[in-house]
Design a protein around this ligand. Structure first.
Ligand SMILES: [Zn+2]
Ligand SMILES: [Zn+2]
Length: 343
């Protein structure tokens, strides 16, 4: 089998290794599609320098073979593949927040190369990392299982209610997934997005209005569109520290701000601590997902009611992975760049 190994910043080699055999409780998955996320971009640019590594944690594939003691999947089935390792032993795992497992990025591939392994034709996983979807589900949709699971966690943690007036900051793929999952569950949803094409896409996908965060007062625009009221819940799905300050400035008393996106290291925000006491505004965040969130994501994908095709815009075969990573890093693609390791 071929797999792409990142060995140094901006250096990727495609190598050939034996196809691994699934042992007890494990399955061999043929990777159909693997979407490129921020983690892979950071490995590629050297922002996270852990080499050698086989990236690729957003995987949709087909079960090729199973080892003894596998009950949930069988050969030929389409699956969403979870990428994080969860040790089951650390304090976070024992507290039921395995998304925060101390060892979550320490998964090893055969031959002891690190990484989640989606940039290869096959990968081995414990059966508990596999979430089946129906045969009629397009296989590329399964590759968005991981980001959808992250959004599921974000929405669950925000505990939105039907009365919520929601703002989603950012109409990138994560903002648009929030929009699709929240639509119909809350009273109104605004999207904050300066790029006119992205804003138009958010309106097509059901946003009730757009706020331009770089023009005029953000809080005034939010209030104007919510009939004079502030937002009760904002999801910050853009890697900009100011978006967190903007969100707090436009949050109603008792409301909350969910920091979904990672923001560059060393960023700071300035908040008057009285927003917590006098106004009971909660500022919190979310990262990754638990197996339960993956289970929910697979169910959402299987339902067919998410509009995922517009979010997967650029496809590359394994031999062109360097181009694919460059396209993702340089934001040449409109939304997700997707690898097809079998091609
Ligand atoms: Zn991801
Ligand atoms: Zn753990």
């Amino acid at each position: 089998m071929r797999r792409a190994v990142i060995t140094a910043p901006r250096t990727v080699h495609v190598e050939t290794v034996p196809v691994p055999e699934p042992g007890p409780g494990a399955a061999l998955v043929r990777v159909g599609y693997c979407a490129i996320c921020t983690y892979e971009q950071r490995l590629y640019t050297g922002y996270i320098a852990q080499y050698p590594i086989v990236g690729g944690h957003e995987v949709g594939g087909i079960v090729e073979a199973v080892g003894p003691g596998v009950y949930n999947v069988k050969p030929g089935e389409k699956v969403v593949v979870a990428g994080l390792y969860r040790c089951g032993q650390c304090d976070a795992c024992r507290r039921g927040v395995s998304n925060l497992c101390e060892y979550r990025w320490s998964r090893r591939q055969p031959g002891q190369v690190g990484g989640p392994g989606g940039f290869g034709e096959y990968l081995l996983r414990g059966a508990d990392d596999l979430f089946p979807v129906p045969q009629e589900t397009p296989l590329h949709h399964a590759a968005l299982g991981e980001p959808i699971a992250c959004v599921v966690r974000s929405v669950k943690k925000a505990a939105t209610k039907p009365h919520d007036r929601v703002v989603i900051a950012g109409a990138g793929i994560m903002g648009l997934l929030h929009l699709q999952i929240l639509r119909g569950r809350v009273s109104r949803i605004l999207v904050s997005e300066p790029d006119p094409e992205r804003a138009a896409r958010a309106l097509e996908m059901g946003a009730d209005g757009i706020v331009n965060p770089v023009e005029g007062s953000y809080a005034d625009q939010v209030k104007e569109q919510f009939g004079g009221l502030k937002a009760t819940c904002t999801f910050v799905a853009v890697s900009v520290a100011k978006a967190v300050e903007d969100a707090v400035s436009a949050t109603a008393d008792g409301g909350r701000v969910m920091c979904y996106a990672a923001i560059p290291k060393g960023s700071t925000v300035t908040l008057d601590p009285n927003v917590f006491h006098h106004h009971e505004i909660a500022v919190t965040g979310t990262v990754s997902q638990t197996p339960e969130d993956f289970h929910d994501a697979a169910a959402l994908i299987a339902s067919g009611r998410l509009n995922l095709d517009p979010l997967m815009t650029d496809y590359y075969p394994l031999g062109r992975i360097q181009e694919a990573l460059e396209a993702a890093v340089n934001r040449k693609a409109a939304y997700r760049v997707v690898m097809e390791p079998g091609k």
